[in-house]
Design a protein around this ligand. Structure first.
Ligand code: GLC
Ligand code: CA
Length: 544
C-alpha cells in the first residue's frame, strides 16, 4: 500500500534566482530550471518547491509580491511557467509554488490603492491603526529590528509590517481579501501546479485586541518576544480548513509553521482537515550528535496528531546550510557528515525536503559587504551575522567559468566586490562559493564516493523499499554516537544505523542481515553479534 503522493515524494526546494541561468544575465530563471529537470530526475526528486517567481520589487527577493498571478521578467513568463509544469510532469515530477500571503509588497496595486485612500475598497485588505498617539503595541519588524508599525501619512494611519516596511500585512479577517487569495490559488491550480508552500502560514491572523507580546529570552529569530499575539492565533485554523477544501488531497499544502514549540506546527494538521504537511524547525537547530537528532525527531513525532504525516528537513533559504552548520575539521569530515545527514533525511519517517545544493554539500561563507542582497543580512552585518545570502549562492554545476550556473558571466571568481566581472559582464547576482571549481555536480557525478552519489543511492533505496517510505519507525538504543532505528512494514524490516562519531562504534544485532547500503568493501551479510561501524558510516540493513 502506498500512501498519498506527497507522503512518498522526495521534495527539492529550488531558489529560482540561484539555480540555473539560461540567458546569461547572472540570474537564474525558469528556462534554466527546465534545462535541469533531467538532473533532478536522476537525483530521484519527485517534487519541486519553487521559491517565489512572481513580479516583485525584490525588497525581500520575491517574498514581497506585487502581482500574484504573473511571473517576474527576471525569471521568464507565464508561458515558461506552463512549460515548466508540463516538462516536470512529463518526468513524473510535481511542482508546488510558494504562496506568500501573510503580506504583499507595498507596490502591489491593492496596497497602492488602499494606502492612498480610506475609501478605496482595497483599504480593508490591510491592517490599519491611527497615526496619532502611541503605537498600538510592541510588535517588532523582524528584519528591521524596530517597531512593526509604519506611518502612512495620506490616510493618517499606520500599517503593520513584521518583516520589512515593504511587506504590509493582510487583514485576513476581511472576507473579500480571502476570496481574492483563494482565487489566486485556483489560478495556479488550474494551470496544473500541484500545491503550495505557505509562507509564514501561522501569522495570517493577528490578535483581535492587538495585545503586546510578552518577553522572551530568544533573540534570534524572535527578537526578545514570545510571538503569541502576532502569530499562532487560533483563528488561523479556519483559514487552513478553507484552503484544504480548495486543494483537496490531490494537491498539497505544506506550511512554514515556525514556532518555538513543535506543538504549534503539529496543530496545523488539524483533524486531517487542515495542512497536509507542516515544517518543524527543531531538527534545523539540532547539534551534531545522534542523541540531539533523536530527541528532536522524537519530540516532533510525539507532537503530531493521529494520522499526521511528518516532514523532515535540514536546510532552506533562511538558514545556514547544514553542511556548513555541521562542518568538520576537514573537507572530508564535512562531506562524510553530510552523507550521514542525507541518510537521516531520506530514511527517517516523513517526507524529506532537500534544499538545492545540499546534495553536493554546498557550504556557506561570509559574503563581502558590498555584495550582500538580503535585507536582514545588510541590517545585521555590523553585528557579525551572516544574513541569508550565504545559503542562496548560485548552484555549482561544473568547473566551467560561471560554474555552469550561467552561460555568460564575468570573472566569476566569487571574490569580486563590485558585482561587475573583469570582462565588464555581470557576475551572478550573488558571488559563487569559492570552492565551486572542486565542488560541483559534474565532479561529483564522476565520483562514486561523492556526497551526490550517496544522495542518489539513498533516493533509489527509498524508491525500492516501501518500508523506508511508509514503514513504522522504532528507535533502538545506540548510545551517544549511534542513531539506530527500524523501519517496518508487514513485508519487511529495515534497520538503519548511523555513526555520528569520527571513530568506530558498534551495535548488537540479534539476527543475520543483508547490507543494502554500507561502505563498499563490506561483505553482503552481517550478524548475528556485534556489528562495527566505521567513522561516520551509514548502514542500511534488511533483517531476515
Ligand atoms: C518566510 C520566508 C522568508 C521571508 C519571510 C517573509 O520566512 O521563508 O524568506 O523573508 O517569510 O516573507
Ligand atoms: Ca537569467
Amino acid at each position: 500500500m502506498t500512501g498519498r503522493w506527497w507522503q512518498d515524494a522526495v521534495f527539492y526546494q529550488v531558489y529560482p534566482r540561484s539555480f540555473a541561468d539560461s540567458n546569461g544575465d547572472g540570474i537564474g530563471d525558469l528556462r534554466g530550471l527546465i534545462g535541469r529537470l533531467d538532473y533532478l530526475s536522476t537525483l530521484g526528486v519527485d517534487a519541486i518547491w519553487l521559491s517565489p517567481f512572481f513580479p516583485s520589487p525584490k525588497k525581500d527577493w520575491g517574498y514581497d509580491v506585487a502581482d500574484y498571478r504573473g511571473v517576474d521578467a527576471d525569471y521568464g513568463s507565464l508561458v515558461d511557467a506552463q512549460a515548466l509544469v508540463a516538462s516536470a510532469h512529463d518526468r513524473g515530477i510535481r511542482v508546488i509554488l510558494d504562496l506568500v500571503v501573510n503580506h504583499s509588497s507595498d507596490e502591489h496595486p491593492w496596497f497602492k490603492a488602499g494606502s492612498a485612500s480610506k475609501d478605496a475598497p482595497e483599504h480593508d485588505y490591510y491592517i490599519w491603526k491611527p497615526l496619532e498617539g502611541k503605537r498600538p503595541n510592541n510588535w517588532v519588524c523582524l528584519f528591521e529590528q524596530g517597531s512593526a508599525w509604519f506611518p502612512n501619512p495620506p490616510t493618517g494611519e499606520r500599517y503593520l509590517g513584521t518583516f520589512t516596511r515593504f511587506q504590509p500585512e493582510f487583514n485576513w479577517r476581511e472576507g473579500r481579501l480571502r476570496a481574492e487569495i483563494y482565487g489566486v490559488m485556483r489560478h495556479w491550480l488550474d494551470l496544473g501546479f500541484d500545491g503550495f508552500r505557505l509562507d509564514v502560514a501561522t501569522a495570517y491572523i493577528k490578535d483581535e485586541l492587538f495585545r503586546s507580546n510578552p518577553f522572551s529570552l530568544n533573540i534570534v529569530p524572535d527578537l526578545l518576544q514570545r510571538h503569541v499575539y502576532d502569530r499562532n492565533r487560533p483563528e488561523v485554523h479556519e483559514i487552513f480548513r478553507e484552503m484544504r477544501a480548495l486543494t483537496g488531497d490531490e494537491r498539497v499544502l505544506v506550511g512554514e509553521t515556525y514556532g518555538p514549540d513543535p506543538a504549534l506546527a503539529a496543530a496545523c494538521y488539524g483533524r486531517g482537515d487542515e495542512l497536509h504537511l507542516a515544517f518543524d524547525f527543531e531538527l534545523l537547530d539540532a547539534k551534531w550528535s545522534a542523541g540531539a537528532f533523536r530527541s528532536a525527531v522524537e519530540r516532533w513525532y510525539a507532537a503530531l496528531p493521529e494520522g499526521a504525516w511528518p516532514v523532515i528537513t535540514l536546510s532552506n533559504h533562511d538558514r545556514p546550510r547544514h553542511a556548513w552548520r555541521y562542518r568538520g575539521r576537514s573537507v572530508r569530515e564535512t562531506e562524510e557528515r553530510a552523507k550521514v545527514a542525507a541518510a537521516c533525511l531520506l530514511t527517517l519517517r516523513g517526507t524529506p525536503f532537500l534544499y538545492y545544493g545540499e546534495e553536493i554539500a554546498m557550504g556557506c561563507r561570509r559574503i563581502p559587504r558590498a555584495r550582500l542582497r538580503d535585507p536582514l543580512g545588510i541590517k545585521t552585518w555590523p553585528l557579525g551575522f551572516l544574513g541569508r545570502d550565504p545559503e542562496r549562492t548560485p548552484m555549482q554545476w561544473s568547473s566551467k567559468p560561471g560554474a555552469g550556473f550561467s552561460s555568460r558571466v564575468g570573472a566569476a571568481s566569487g571574490d569580486d566586490r563590485s558585482g561587475i566581472g573583469s570582462t565588464g559582464v555581470p557576475e551572478p547576482w550573488l558571488p559563487l562559493n569559492p570552492d565551486w571549481r572542486d565542488r560541483n555536480v559534474e565532479v561529483q557525478l564522476r565520483d562514486s564516493a561523492s556526497v551526490l552519489s550517496r544522495y542518489r543511492e539513498l533516493t533509489a533505496l527509498r524508491r525500492a523499499h516501501a518500508a523506508l517510505r511508509q514503514g513504522d519507525i522504532r528507535f533502538l538504543d545506540g548510545g551517544r554516537d549511534l542513531l539506530v532505528f527500524e523501519r517496518r512494514t508487514s513485508d519487511e524490516v529495515l534497520l538503519v544505523a548511523l555513526n555520528f562519531a569520527s571513530r568506530s562504534r558498534a551495535f548488537d544485532l540479534d539476527r543475520q542481515a543483508t547490507i543494502l547500503l554500507g561502505d563498499s568493501d563490506r561483505p553482503a551479510r552481517v550478524g548475528p553479534g556485534s556489528v562495527g561501524l566505521r567513522s561516520l558510516e551509514t548502514m542500511v540493513l534488511k533483517l531476515s
